[in-house]
Design a protein around this ligand. Structure first.
Ligand code: C5P
Length: 400
């Protein structure tokens, strides 16, 4: 048996069927799982299926005398190391945000003194409703952690954020929350996404970076137990749970946020930082005027964040500094030169001549001082997990 126990609360949403797979993954990983299924949840999955997978009785009723005699709801809520609500419906989240306790699930969530992780699942309009937004903010302020929701096709036929995170993602978030991985006690910073360099109040220079690879690296490091600060330019993706997100716009802001996050043990620079910013962004919108020449933009070079951090004195420099090299030709040559020029320890070289920008997959070569390791085409999440594992190996090597 795993030393960690999960109390899984299954709410009433179509995504409840994925919770059965989550139980299977948790059990395979050695976690102990007890489940509460709300009344509405039992409309989607049966207690019999749940208990066949957990190997335990499923709790459904606050006023069940047999349940209370076997295990009171207070004990049930506190005997777990983590409470996971999946799917977390809009209703359950509203109850939690307001401290309601009118069924077994909401009572346990109010009575617990253990951390809580929510995997929301609902229609996109419900997720985007002002009331849900208020509740999410309240819950975040209360210290509740979130995994997802993801954007995608929904069972109701609409598209957008509201899909419950996949069971594997929830498992990763659970592990990150419970710690104990090889990077426990280590700190990491990750930069991600593009930067926006203003031209005037309404226009800016940007690039096609989606932030997916950097976010996946932050998630993978957190899953191994690291304390992660993710510094991101403007992106359209949700921050992984258990990661401290710092949002910036420009390269200069990203440098400042990076310096504020130091010292750390490992720094991964996955952001696509703009090389230049406009000399002086106009305070007013630049007007198009008939007969006048088109405006000319003059550029100033942005600070190189990776090179700046690599050049820090030993007592301030992260033990491991990793850059990314997105190249469209002569991948290995250019990336190797970049590693030497920027004085980082490792560089992750990727060929972006195809459809990598914004896609979910990547194919990289990890270039170190003494070797280079070409990895197969993998999802960005798998690439991130492989990189996080290599980082964990390196940091444990240097401790020995
Ligand atoms: O020079 P290039 O942009 O190709 O270098 C890529 C690497 O350098 C990436 O790791 C990127 O995050 C980092 N970088 C940076 N600051 C810049 C430009 C690039 O940290 N101004």
């Amino acid at each position: 048996m795993h030393s960690k126990n999960i109390l899984l609360i299954i709410g009433g949403g179509i995504a409840a069927y994925k919770s059965l797979e989550l139980i299977r993954l948790l059990a395979k990983d050695g976690f102990g799982v007890r489940a509460i299924c709300t009344q509405a949840g039992t409309e989607f999955v049966t207690p019999l299926s749940i208990s066949a997978l957990t190997g335990e009785k499923v709790f459904t009723d606050l006023f069940d005398l047999t349940d209370e005699a076997e295990m009171g709801h207070i004990q049930l809520s506190r005997s777990a190391d983590l409470l996971v609500v999946a799917p977390a419906t809009a209703d359950l989240m509203a109850k939690m945000a307001h401290g309601l306790a009118n069924d077994l699930a909401s009572t346990c969530l109010l009575a617990t003194d253990q951390p809580v992780l929510l995997a929301p699942a609902m229609n996109v309009r419900m997720w985007e409703h002002a009331a849900t937004k208020r509740n999410v903010k309240t819950l975040l302020d209360d210290g509740v952690q979130f995994v997802g929701p993801n954007a995608g096709d929904m069972a109701c036929g609409e598209f957008g954020p509201g899909r419950m995170a996949e069971p594997e993602e929830i498992l990763t978030a659970i592990k990150a929350q419970l710690g104990g991985g090889p990077l426990t006690g280590k700190s990491a910073l990750v930069t991600a996404g593009p930067t926006h360099e203003p031209i005037d109040p309404v226009r800016y220079l940007a690039n096609r970076s989606s932030g997916k690879q950097g976010f996946a690296v932050a998630e993978a490091l957190a899953a191994l137990g690291a304390d992660v600060t993710l510094i991101s330019g403007p992106v359209n993706i949700t921050a992984p749970s258990g990661v401290k997100l710092v949002q910036v716009e420009t390269a200069c802001e990203m440098l400042r946020a990076t310096e504020n996050a130091l010292p750390v043990d490992v720094a991964v620079f996955a952001a696509a930082v703009a090389d230049w910013r406009t000399d002086a962004a106009s305070c007013q919108k630049i007007k198009k005027q008939k007969g006048k020449a088109t405006p000319e933009l003059c550029f100033t070079e942005n600070p190189d964040i990776l090179a700046t951090v690599s050049a820090l004195p030993k007592n301030k420099r992260p033990q491991l500094v990793i850059g990314f090299a997105a190249e469209t030709e002569q991948l290995i040559e250019h990336a190797t030169q970049k590693r030497l020029r920027k004085k980082c320890d490792w560089i992750v070289a990727n060929d972006v001549s195809g459809d990598v920008m914004g896609a979910d997959h990547n194919q990289v070569v990890l270039i170190r001082e003494t070797d280079m390791d070409p990895w197969p085409k993998l999802s960005k999440k798998q690439t991130a997990q492989k990189l996080a594992a290599a980082i964990a190996d390196e940091l444990s090597e240097t401790i020995k």
